[in-house]
Structures are given as C-alpha cells and as structure tokens.
Design a protein around this ligand. Structure first.
Ligand code: GLA
Length: 397
C-alpha cells in the first residue's frame, strides 16, 4: 500500500508513534492535518491578478506537535527518516539547505514573529505527509499552512485561515526564495469538501463551487519526474510577466495582465516588444478568461465544455507559457486519446509533477492502463495514478 492510500486514522497513529519514539509522550500535544491541493484550471494566473480554480485534497500532511517550555525547535519527518531529529531554536531561524524541508515550518515561525506575534516557547513536531513528494500537489504549501495552524492553536492567536494562507505565501516568497502566488496556500487553508474554490487573486474574493461530477472522477497522473521550482524558470516567468505588464501599461490603464480580455490583449499586444514575453502575457490573459468560462459552464452542468477548456489550457501552458515538459505532454496527450476522458491538463507550476484529468467512471481502468503503458513506452519509467477526492482545509485530527 502506498502512503496515498492510508486512512487518516492510520496516518494519525503512525505520526503519533513516531513522535513518541523521538520526543516522548505526546501528552497535551495534538495531531494536526492540512491538505494538498490540485488546480482544476487557471495556471500561472495567480501572480497576474487572475482567477484560479483549485481544490483541497483528502491527502495531505499530518503533524504531531507539542509545545516546549524552552526556546528549542525539534523537527522529525517520517518521510525523511535519514535526516533524524533536526534541532534548532527560536533564536536561530535561518534557512538551512542541508535539511530543506524544515525551512518550511521554520519560515512560517519566522514570519509569525516578523509580523509581531509573540512566540517565546519552542515546539517538538513530527511530520508525516502522504502527498507524493515533488508531485506538484503542494506539499510545501500544505506544510506551511499546517505550521501556521499549529501555531495559532498552540498560542491562541486570533487569525483567520485566509491570513494563514498569506503568511504561508510570505514565508515561501521571502524565506524560501520561491516567488509563488497565493493559490496553493489559499487552496490548502480554505479547502472545502466536494467544492473547488473560484478565487479572484486580484482581491482574494472567492466562491465555493460544488464539484458534483455525476459519473466522473478526478484522476491525477504523476510523471514521477521531480520538479524543482525554486531558483528555476518559475521566477523567470514571473519576471517576464511583470515586464510585459509594464510595457502594456504604457498604452492602457491596467493593474494586472489579467485585467485584459482576449480582445483587449489582441488590440494592445504589440506594445510588448519581445515575442517570448508576448506569448507569456497571452497565456495569462487567455487562461484567465478560460477559467472564468470554465466555472460558468461547470455551473451550467456542461462538463464536456469544461473538459475542452482544460485541454486548451494545457496547450497554452505548453506552447505559449512553456512550463510543460515531455513527460507532462505525454500524459496529457495520451489522456486525450482515451474514450471517456473528458479533459486533461498539467496542474501546478509545471516542469514535472502531475496532470489532472476528468474521467468517466467506467473509463478509469482503461485510462490508467492505456496512458500508463504509453507513458512507460515513451518515457522509460512508470507514471503513477491516483483517483482523488476533494477534502476540507486544516484541522485537528
Ligand atoms: C505553483 C505556485 C502557484 C501558482 C502555480 C501555477 O504551484 O506555487 O502560486 O503560480 O504554480 O499556477
């Protein structure tokens, strides 16, 4: 059984047992959970003031945590047992490349303190996630929001889940050097069972849209190619968009790229002097409009059109935004050939990670077999497939 299939009870029991082995009785400590996320449509729009449509998953990150009476911080991950217990303190909150994963909880603690929340006692924390690592299903946002949730609970801070998302993003941007938008942390912190979140990233207004796909399932296909977003093309894309925005602002009064409609973009696009930047901006504008349409047709019950828009979205991230890769393209293109696959596209930042597909119930087995075989043949190693459910945001378990 892979970790993805473990129940919350099993995850809780294991993380508690590991905590007690490393740190002694959990006592008045608790076990907490924060989900991973998958984005259904609206990619690379969240730092361009556009719309996104992610949902939280039932898989995520679990932590057993207990407050200490001194200023020590001790971390242990069931996913990285070779690292052992990593000890630091509230007085030494600097990023450490040697133990990469601890930079997420440390970054959140650092950000809380920077924002003026009083944290004078450390904590012991054992973490166990069942989001496949490096899969682009937001294991880092999950750990960030989880840490914020734990701090809020331990110290009784009065802050909303939305603020937990913003703190998570701040720590990812400024402590971990990944210039991400708000989508992942927002989806994790604000997740709601069986609903996707239609979020307008220009003002953080949002709407929960029930995802009741009669007779179809959400299937995630994992390239099993690790993606490394920090220090990568992600930050470059963001810069390209910012430059394109500046060029457009010389000819039209907009605050974000996604303020433009497709027609307006076509009218003003020549203000963007570089063809690559023009393609990047085109993706952002069209993807935002696609996302708005996708949510509208979904509400009308038109799953077929929703699927077509997912497919178009993939072509756009692949050809115009160029954040896909051979592995992701193979998964998406093979999915499009399967009868009963309604739509398929890469999800998340790209360069590896996963695709998300909507597949008719009766076609799921064929989908996994057909796409899996074609992928193995072309890429040389196996993809993994998960039929996922949409779950709630962070909580005590
Ligand atoms: C990553 C980032 C998000 C978002 C997506 C692309 O997941 O963390 O903020 O930009 O890529 O849509």
């Amino acid at each position: 059984m892979s970790d993805v299939d473990k129940t919350p009870e099993e995850m809780k029991a294991e993380v508690t047992a590991e905590f007690e082995k490393k740190f002694g009785p959990l006592g008045d400590g608790k076990v907490y959970f924060a989900p991973g996320r998958v984005n259904l449509i609206g990619e690379h729009t969240d730092y361009n003031g556009g719309h996104v449509f992610p949902c939280a998953l039932t898989i995520g990150t679990y932590a057993a945590a207990r407050k200490r009476s001194d200023r020590k911080l001790r971390f242990y991950s069931v996913n990285f047992p070779q690292n052992g217990v990593i000890e630091t303190s509230l007085d030494d909150l600097v990023p450490d490349d040697a133990y990469g994963w601890t930079n997420y909880p440390k970054g959140v603690i650092y950000t809380f303190i920077k924002d003026g929340y009083l944290i004078n006692e450390g904590l012991d924390m054992a973490v166990y996630g069942n989001i496949p690592n490096g899969s682009g299903l937001s294991s880092s946002a999950s750990l960030e929001v989880l840490t914020g949730f734990i701090l809020r609970d331990m110290y009784g801070f009065e802050i909303s889940n939305q603020i937990l998302a913003i703190i998570g993003q701040d720590s990812e941007n400024n402590y971990n050097g990944m210039n991400c938008g708000i989508m992942d942390q927002f989806a994790v912190a604000m997740g709601k069972k069986d609903c996707a979140i239609f979020l307008d990233t220009s003002d953080l207004s949002y709407e929960y849209v029930p995802i009741c796909m009669e007779g179809a399932k959400i299937v995630i296909s994992n390239t099993n190619k690790k993606h490394e977003l920090t220090n990568s093309a992600y930050n470059t894309r963001r810069c390209e968009c910012e430059q394109a925005l500046e060029e457009l602002q010389r000819v039209t009064d907009i605050e974000h790229l996604c303020d433009l409609t497709d027609e307006q973009f076509e009218k003003y696009k020549d203000a963007i002097k570089d063809p690559i930047r023009q393609k990047r901006a085109k993706h952002a504008v069209y993807e935002n409009q696609r996302t708005i349409e996708a949510v509208r047709v979904l509400k009308e019950g038109n799953l077929k059109r929703f699927g077509e828009l997912m497919n178009e979205a993939h072509v756009s991230v692949s050809k115009d935004y160029e954040v896909s890769c051979e592995e992701l393209d193979t998964l998406a293109e093979e999915a499009w050939n399967v009868d009963g696959c309604i739509g398929s596209r890469m999800t998340g930042g790209g360069f590896g990670g996963c695709t998300v597909s909507i597949v008719r119930d009766e076609a799921v087995d064929t989908f996994v077999k057909q796409v899996g075989e074609a992928y193995k043949k072309k890429i040389g190693y196996e993809a993994s497939f998960y039929v996922v459910s949409i779950g709630d945001g962070p909580r005590v378990v």
